[in-house]
Design a protein around this ligand. Sequence first.
Ligand code: NAD
Ligand code: SER
Length: 313
Amino acid sequence: MNKERILVIGACGQIGVELTLALRKKFGNDTVVASDLREENPLLKGTGPYVALDVMNKEMLHVMVIRQNITRIYLLAAILSATGEKNPNLAWSLNMQSLLNVLEIARDENVHKIFWPSSIAVFGPSSPKVQCPQQTIIEPVTVYGISKYAGEFWCNYYHQRYGVDVRSIRYPGLISYKSQPGGGTTDYAVEIFYDAKEKKNYECFLKEDTYLPMMYMPDAIRATIELMEAPAERLTVRTSYNIHGMSFSPKEVSAEIQKHIKDFRISYAPDYRQPIAESWPQSIDDSVARNDWGWKPEYDLAAMTEDMLRNIK
Ligand code: NAD
Ligand code: SER
């Protein structure tokens, strides 16, 4: 009998919509309670329970966890890198307090598993640029990166000290077509596909040769589910796992799009997001995730581009 009762916080965001739908497919629609500050996303409507929830309101969250008999939480609410630089205090406050609220409630109640994503943004200019390892110099320069790095160590602390089974992935930039990205530096790699289809041109806010680690959403969702299903004794990392999908620059993805849309043109107007991108690695070494829980990406640049262009309406 399936006794899980799952809460997704931030379910209407870029990852939340697809993760909620995938979890409902796996565990059953009524098992997965979607929640967000925003109105319910149209793609979630009619697929399962939805509640309005501010994760910063710890009492309300606590009552909900008890009333709904929640056993597992996926915490996706956060302010991402680009928006975070516009409002550092808000980013720090939401990204940290939401995690601490969830960890404390999990410790005190019957929540036996938590997923909380970190990011490649934990790495900074002093980290290796190519094949950045799991353990290396980590000196983030954005408030988002600082909050993710601190969050990783809170996860590790709650696991070591209280036995909370919290698991985490350092997602690369995620590319998807179901729900819009929420204010990150890697958002160009989503926008470019929409503009290519609608206008046949795109003005990119990063320089043409800015390589970043990226991943197609189906791989990210699968990674999340696989990590959460992995036997606890296999997991050697309780901060956050590096995972890698692909690495490309704006010039490379635009050349790939041109294979499908011949008259597509890209121009460049780098802005405040360029230094953020330059502070991050270009590619990630994910050998620890591969060894521990069998992680392996499926999509490369060509397969992702073809699928994005086929699915964007
Ligand atoms: P998003 O901005 O698209 O979605 C976040 C959701 O959280 C939004 O729907 C928002 O309304 C909700 N939210 C914000 N404040 C809230 C609050 N107080 N209470 C409840 N809900 C609230 O973000 P995303 O891209 O889906 O990212 C989800 C997680 O994955 C974040 O932790 C992010 O840092 C991490 N991540 C994302 C990427 C990426 O490329 N998308 C890469 C690395 C890590
Ligand atoms: N995609 C995210 C961002 O650009 C990386 O965490 O902020």
